[in-house]
Design a protein around this ligand. Sequence first.
Ligand SMILES: *Cc1c(COP(=O)(O)O)cnc(C)c1O
Length: 354
Amino acid sequence: MRKKEYVFTPGPVPISRKILKIGSKQLPYFRTDEFSKVVFECKKYLLELVNAPKHSEVVFMTSSGTGAMEASIINLLSNKDKAIVINGGSFGERFVEICNFHNIFNHNIKIEKDEDINFEALKKLEANSFLVNAHETTIGRLYNLKKIGDFCKENNLLNIVDAISAFVSDKIDMQEQNIDVLITSSNKGLALPPALGIVVLNPNALKKLEKSSSFYFDFSSYLKDIKRGQTPFTPAISIILQLQKRLKELKKIGIKKENKRVEKLAKYFRENIRDLPFEFYVKDMPNAMTTLTPKDGKFASKIIEDFKIKYNITLTPSGGELKDKVIRVSHMGDMNKRYINVLLKALKDYYKKG
Ligand SMILES: *Cc1c(COP(=O)(O)O)cnc(C)c1O
């Protein structure tokens, strides 16, 4: 038998057996009342879990997270709008690229890993919308969503939050954090296979919907169809069935408890690597992930390669120039202390032998 692989990548993440089992079944035909019920249930639970205000709506589309990012931008912003984009890594940069591609004016606010967002300076900019990745997954930084939400409210900015790698592991509360548009996808914190893009729109966002420049990603057709529990095009059927199960589980556990559970795992990992030659790469770490920088001069990419070969453990570097500096260790998905212990044991073994 193949040795079990341990996956600490921030997407895909370990998926539970129960969820995998659903994915192994023959797919049902979906233009039925029965499938509509599944979609309605997904919508209901999702709105509850993110604490969306009354009359919020959900779009389920067949795409990875980037599709949901682009769809949100082209349905909510036009070339009359001006956006502020917090760019603290590759996913922030992606927002900038999408805006530029669609000729949407944007203030590209590049910030260093531990630099605070300078709200005083942003106040002076002419803008009506704000784009941010709740957790910038390339470096493992969590932004202060409450502060951002308050700032957007005070300054009348449509707050568009990519919570793809924050939702489920870290706190997302659309009302408390004043989020107008919440973007997520199936294969990060939700711990499902990839291909389902999800956007939650509060009434503010629904009022601002623009005529979409895309046929496939036109929110108005999704919003029309979801009234009867359907999507305009073939949905990712098996993933929607898995989502139903996953949301039901989360509802039962309680989202706050689930946040806490992942927080504890993250803390457990961080406390147990104290004696190893690493330092944390950023100061504002999410529950979802830990980023480490080797202190002993070893290249992160070399360590990652060694772990794959020696222990069948998959870690991942950061992109570009950080490739040799940063190791990303995800805590998302079907993980527990025992799973993390496998990595801790391997780390201790690796450094014992020098
Ligand atoms: C993974 C991720 C995305 C989407 O990437 P895809 O390759 O399209 O799945 C977007 N934003 C964040 C913060 C992510 O972690």
